[in-house]
Design a protein around this ligand. Structure first.
Ligand code: GLU
Length: 508
């Protein structure tokens, strides 16, 4: 028998920007689909119109596109199972809800919001704080089970508002096998009669989700752990319709760096790292920072995300998207929450900047600098500086001296290293430097070492002040590479001017 075609979906609600946990869910769906030559669908779940946020859907699509994990079916992408936005499927859902009522799996309920609140209040006063609409209480509420069929018909004819509720059976064990968590068993006595269809004519998340997953022929539901409590109801719904259940995989939560609780958008502010893939601007104009705008490469962001809850079982940490596709399996996704680590996130970005070729980096830098230098020069700057950078912009903050006379001299190094005799010492080194014939990194290094030997000085007494003169900085790449890059004439010019400026500075 041929295996069922793999079809997975990412089903965000457009209630705001996509948190990085959401991107991780999308990523695992993408990897799973690709790995099994399946299809990755995006469906927008906007049945709760009160929580709809304009711009959220566009944000989600743009963020997935930046990450390089675009679905192939979805709004604006085409596919045979559309529309892919639930509000555009609105008319589909009622017949399914009615079908359940006909089959005695669901019922009409006429209780008003005020009546439900009063009921809860009353139960609380009687020492039952968690009143539920369920198999025990439904008999004393206003619904098509407790009322006569005439009265039900009359209420419907009158246009009384009603909802359709799931008729959860008493004392049945619901079981399903989660691909990550193994067998999950929940007794229906712990579940209430959830609303499936609302009085505003819209389905609830539960009904729409099941109808859509079924009609879109979804084979695997891969989603966040926060949906695990809903899964037993979903299993019951598939059963009530007589449909095959997709396979479920509930992904572990993303935790705060200290492991205490779910990662939230406020953690980003507090700890100074983005929680969103790209910048999000609220309608009030407040901006929440994104990885993209903070200078992360999508490849490093995605690589980092893949490791939040999954590991390949080897020591390899750097994976391209294609490599992730081949290595990924749900079996290696952990049950335990995944701690987000901002330092590790930076580490991934450092690895990616190091392995990016110099010309590509130069083009990115050129954009930041608005084309103020030729690409060839910037390529050299990137070659010398990328080992010390995390983001492209760092290459310039750390290495602008390669193309520009140092703006200032690092205060701390001046204070600690520029001694009274430093001017004289550098003057002597200048003369040696000026006479180097084989002017290349090796030749300069040889001359420097023999200068140290002649003067009987350690490297720490000479190199930092030489660096100060050429670069203005306290640390940086090899001084022999730097002098070679600047050339003899420019280096001598910087030594001369530097000695003058620093002597003056010290005299003040
Ligand atoms: N709309 C739900 C969400 O916003 C989707 C849950 C699911 O994947 O079933 O996360």
């Amino acid at each position: 028998m041929s295996e069922k075609q793999v079809r997975v979906r990412f089903a965000p609600s457009p209630t705001g920007p996509l948190h990085m946990g959401g991107v991780r869910t999308a990523l695992y769906n993408y990897l799973f689909a690709k790995k099994h030559n399946g299809t990755f669908v995006i469906r927008i779940e906007d049945t709760d119109q009160t929580r709809f946020v304009p711009g959220a859907q566009e944000y989600i699509m743009d963020a997935l596109n930046w990450c390089g994990i675009m679905p192939t079916e979805g709004p604006g992408l085409g596919g045979d199972h559309g529309p892919y936005v639930q509000s555009q499927r609105k008319d589909m859902y009622r017949p399914y809800a009615e079908q359940l009522v006909e089959n005695d799996k669901a019922y009409y309920a006429f209780d008003t919001a005020d009546e439900l609140t009063a009921m809860r209040e009353q139960a609380k006063q009687m020492g039952m704080p968690n009143w539920q609409y369920n198999s025990v209480t439904r008999g004393s509420m206003k619904n098509s089970i407790s009322l006569s069929s005439d009265e039900v018909q009359q209420r419907i004819d009158n246009g009384d508002p009603y909802v359709i509720r799931m008729k959860m059976p008493r004392n049945v064990d619901i079981r399903f096998e989660d691909e990550i968590r193994g067998w999950v068993v929940v007794n229906t006595n712990n579940l209430d009669d959830k609303v499936l269809f609302k009085s505003d004519g819209m389905p609830t998340y539960h009904l729409a989700n099941i109808v859509d997953d079924h009609t879109m022929e979804i084979s695997h539901v891969i989603r966040g752990e926060e949906w695990l409590p809903s899964a037993p109801l979903h299993v019951m719904l598939y059963d009530a319709f007589g449909w095959d259940c997709p396979k479920f995989a509930h992904l572990p939560l993303l935790l705060k760096p200290d492991g205490n609780g779910k990662l939230s958008k406020r953690d980003g502010d507090r700890l100074g790292f983005p929680v969103f893939p790209t910048n999000w601007k609220t309608s009030e104009g407040e901006i929440f920072p994104g990885y993209r705008e903070n200078g992360y490469f999508p490849e490093s962001f995605v690589n980092m995300l893949a490791f939040l809850g999954w590991n390949p079982g080897t020591t390899q940490e750097i994976f391209s998207l294609d490599e992730l596709v081949s290595a990924f399996s749900l079996g290696r996704v952990s049950k335990a929450g995944a701690k987000f680590d901002p330092d590790k996130t930076k580490w991934f970005q450092q690895q990616y900047i190091r392995s990016t070729d110099n010309e590509t980096l130069a083009k990115a830098l050129s954009e930041i600098l608005e084309d103020s230098y030729p690409i060839e020069q910037l390529t050299d700057v990137c070659r010398l500086m990328k080992e010390r950078a995390t983001f492209v912009k760092d290459i310039w903050t750390e290495g602008s001296f390669l193309l520009e006379f140092p703006e200032s001299y690092d205060e701390k190094t001046v204070r600690k290293k520029w001694k009274e005799n430093s001017g004289v010492l550098m003057q002597e080194w200048r003369d040696v430097f000026a006479s180097i014939n084989d002017f290349n990194p090796e030749g300069i290094e040889r001359a420097f070492k023999s200068f140290l030997a002649d003067k009987e000085l350690g490297i720490g007494a000479v190199l930092p002040i030489f660096r100060l003169l050429l670069t203005g900085k306290g640390t940086g790449p090899s001084m022999f590479d730097i002098s070679d890059f600047l050339g003899k004439e420019e280096s001598l010019n910087r030594i001369d001017q530097g000695i003058e400026k620093l002597t003056e500075l010290k005299a003040q």
